[in-house]
Design a protein around this ligand. Structure first.
Ligand SMILES: [Zn+2]
Length: 49
């Protein structure tokens, strides 16, 4: 993880704690990456598969 990403995740965490909606994050806490880079991984999966 590069420093710019780490700083952005940290900033998002603080903003989210301050009331920002999770969808407004620039980064993905789950994947520790930029939200745009792992967008595809967050597509809701069909249930029962
Ligand atoms: Zn992700």
């Amino acid at each position: 993880m590069n420093k710019k990403l780490a700083a952005a995740i940290d900033r998002d965490n603080q903003r989210e704690e301050a009331g920002m909606h999770a969808d407004d994050r620039e980064t993905c806490w789950t994947h520790q990456s930029w939200a745009a880079d792992c967008e595809d991984d967050h597509t809701p999966r069909p249930t029962g598969k």
